[in-house]
Design a protein around this ligand. Structure first.
Ligand code: CA
Length: 387
């Protein structure tokens, strides 16, 4: 059934943050220290000023978030006059989004990045291993992942400095140099609300230095090629807001082991795009269009796998989906795949070509659901600074 609720704060139909969304974030602005907020349209609802929540992270309020969001939803409903017709309170509680600075939504204890897109894993396997047999034997039996670095996760549009590291052209001798094969990875992330419970989702850019990765990753996997920065969109879209966009996951073949089997698993129909504006080009160009529902492993399977050895998870832990690619060339979620390891440069209207990211390039991720109403994540944008 379509959700036709409206707010007295109007939002155009293509806006990411209508009353059906109401994502949580942590913001600060002139005269106000970091605090929780809820976004609607182009304003931020100050939850501290409303007396609904305090603190400078969402960790402590996560258990009550559903009730808080419900209360804010009532206050913003077009038929509710409590806040609408009280200009003095409204003035204190609503802040223009353009005047706030977004902080990390959670104090992130642990950050794990998975590798759960069949198309992405197959592309990488085709490029670097065996085109006829691209997946390693474990891939269809567990959601492959590794522990990343939570300390360098940044919220929102912070620019990213090109990392330096060991790279080797002959795979025998290294040099220490700025990375030359800097890449984005289009991912989503989910935050843990409590053990076994997911709070909500963000867009996630797992910046990757492919040349550093190539030299360092054997035998233990990626390390400094990923740890220099991970960007997330600052507004956490709740699983409640995403509920109308739930879809069946793709069939898993062969059937997974019993502790990862789901009676009824679910994915989400989330449209995802990457836009790239090379330095010197006038406008960004869309280079990737894909969908989260392509993912082979579900978030609940990732979480079950994460806890299956007895390891604890804590509120605010962050899990990355892994690069999200679709089956067609225009749906690949990294430069590595889009330009096929340098073999097929991407051409732009102003004459630029790219195989990897150059200094001054701007990368923009977009993500949204749409079925009668729209629920989006807001743009995740960052430019590359020189090393
Ligand atoms: Ca990744």
């Amino acid at each position: 059934m379509p959700d036709s609720r409206r707010s007295w704060i109007p939002t155009p139909p293509d806006h990411d943050f209508p009353i059906q969304n109401l994502p949580f974030g942590i913001f600060e602005c002139a005269g106000r220290a970091a605090r929780p907020g809820i976004r609607i349209g182009d304003v931020v609802v100050d939850l501290k000023e409303l007396g609904l929540a305090g603190g400078d992270t969402l960790n402590r309020i996560a258990p009550e978030a559903s009730a808080i969001r419900q209360r804010v939803s009532e206050l913003l409903d077009e038929n509710n006059a409590d806040l609408r017709d009280n200009p003095a309170v409204r003035e204190r509680v609503l802040i223009p989004a353009e005047s706030v600075t977004m902080r990390l939504p959670f104090a992130i204890g642990d950050y794990v990045d998975f590798y759960s897109s069949l198309d992405h894993a197959s592309n990488v396997g085709r490029m670097f291993r065996d085109p006829a047999n691209p997946l390693l034997p474990n891939w269809r039996h567990l959601p492959v992942g590794y522990h990343g670095k939570s300390g360098t996760v940044v919220a929102g549009g912070r620019d990213i400095r090109r990392p330096k590291g060991q790279i080797s052209h002959d795979n025998i001798t290294p040099i220490y140099s700025p990375a030359r094969r800097l890449d984005f990875e289009l991912e989503t992330g989910f935050f843990i609300q409590a053990p076994g419970r997911i709070f909500g989702m963000v867009l996630l850019n797992d910046w990757s230095a492919r040349d550093i990765q190539r030299w360092e990753y054997q035998p233990l996997g990626p390390f400094l090629s990923k740890s220099f920065a991970t960007s997330i969109s600052p507004w956490v879209v709740t699983m409640e807001a995403l509920e109308p966009f739930r879809v069946d996951p793709p069939p898993q073949d062969p059937p997974v082991v019993p502790h990862l089997a789901e009676a009824r698993g679910f994915n989400y129909d989330i449209h995802l795009e990457v836009w790239l504006q090379p330095a010197g080009e006038r406008e960004p160009v869309r280079v990737c269009r894909t969908n989260f529902q392509n993912m082979y492993w579900t978030m609940s399977q990732q979480l079950a796998h994460l806890m299956s050895n007895g390891a604890t998870v804590r509120t605010g832990d962050l899990c990355g989906s892994g690069t999200i690619s679709g089956p067609e060339p225009g749906s690949y979620g990294s430069m590595l795949e889009l330009a096929w390891n340098g073999a097929r440069p991407i051409r732009f209207p102003g004459g630029s070509e790219r195989t990897f990211l150059e200094d001054g390039d701007t990368v923009i991720f977009k993500g949204w659901c749409e079925r009668g109403h729209r629920v989006g994540f807001g743009d995740l944008r960052a430019s590359i600074l020189p090393a």
